[in-house]
Design a protein around this ligand. Structure first.
Ligand code: 5GP
Length: 312
């Protein structure tokens, strides 16, 4: 009887939640496959390539994905030329040893343009007009919002919180966060005047809540806390209405710019001292629909609104 040439790994993941991806690009690729209903397994099989005289495997290759519908293995490559050359060598060996196995090497460049076609991934991100650097990818946001959801659900167990969103920057975050909370909850929104929008007077509530918050467990949901002045003002306003509790969940914390010391109970990400856009955040109403958080180039930053000042 001949020795089996390939060894099956018993626990290979075929769902994103179960897989331990080595790189974020692999997770994105898995999402793309899911989107198109192409069944996949992550690193399901290791192919021995070389054995020592006593039969021990001394070189092996585990392709990243197996697409069972297509009977095809896929290996994603990085941009590091040294690694790519090594992969090519291993692939040649694999094809010689296992002629029936169908395997494709997907180069980073081709793979990024594939993702870009579907609106995901770095190639698409870099092509968006005016975007300079992507600070937080859509995948990273998704993962973190999920974590925040778990934490908040645990902390508010047995309660019925009222989420108060500060418009308009919070729209994406609120919509995603609330879907990760396994709690009976309500939502409400308010609009606060921004400094750029109203240089004549003090910060004020432009559009107030419709809910009475007295005795309620209120969670303020903010897009970004910068100097902390807006949030400080908001806290004072809401505390005066005597909620049972008042906490804050901010997606982004630009801590280095803080002027007023405000307590943040939940934070998605800390960001550096740069103007950021995307995932609800704007620059004169633009960029809100980007599915990631990015900085914009000087040219886009210098652009002014077409007409009238913008708020929030
Ligand atoms: P703060 O009062 O903490 O200085 O500012 C909070 C508000 O300023 C945020 O709700 C947001 O509307 C705006 N803001 C502060 N930093 C940024 C930023 O980097 N990008 C965008 N789009 N808005 C910001």
């Amino acid at each position: 009887m001949s020795r089996p040439l390939a060894q099956a790994r018993p626990a290979s993941a075929s769902r994103i939640e179960d897989a331990r991806f080595a790189h974020e690009s692999e997770e994105e690729f898995a999402r793309l496959l899911d989107f198109y209903n192409v069944r996949w397994q992550y690193e399901p099989r290791t192919f021995p390539l070389r054995r020592s005289d006593d039969g021990r495997v001394i070189e092996a290759f585990s392709p990243d994905f197996y697409l069972s519908d297509l009977d095809l293995y896929i290996e994603l490559t990085t941009l590091k030329q040294g690694l790519v050359t090594d992969k090519h060598r291993k692939l040649r060996q694999l094809r010689a040893l296992y002629p029936d196995v169908r395997i494709k090497l997907l180069h980073k460049r081709d793979y990024l343009s594939l993702l870009a076609k579907y609106g995901i991934g770095a190639a698409h991100e870099q092509e968006v007009m005016g975007v300079r650097d992507v600070l937080i990818t859509g995948t990273e946001i998704e993962r973190r919002v999920n974590e925040l959801g778990v934490e908040i659900t645990r902390d508010y167990a047995g309660k019925e919180p009222l989420l108060v969103g500060v418009l308009k920057g919070v729209t994406c975050f609120m919509a995603d966060l609330m879907r990760h909370l396994s709690l009976p909850l309500s939502i409400d929104f308010m609009t606060i005047s921004s400094y750029e929008g109203d240089r004549s007077g003090a910060v004020r509530i432009v559009q107030d809540l419709t809910e009475n918050i007295a005795g309620r467990d209120v969670l303020i949901v903010e897009d970004i806390v910068d100097t902390g002045m807006t949030l400080h003002h908001l806290r004072l306003q809401l505390e005066a209405r005597e909620p049972a509790s008042l906490r804050v969940c901010a997606l982004l914390d630009k801590r280095v710019r803080r002027l007023v010391d405000v307590r943040l109970d939940y934070v998605g990400f800390e960001v550096p001292d740069a103007f950021v856009v995307g995932y609800g955040l704007d620059h004169f109403q633009k960029f809100r629909n980007l599915p990631f958080i990015a900085t914009i180039g000087a040219e886009a930053l210098e652009q002014q609104p077409a007409e009238g000042p913008a708020a929030e």
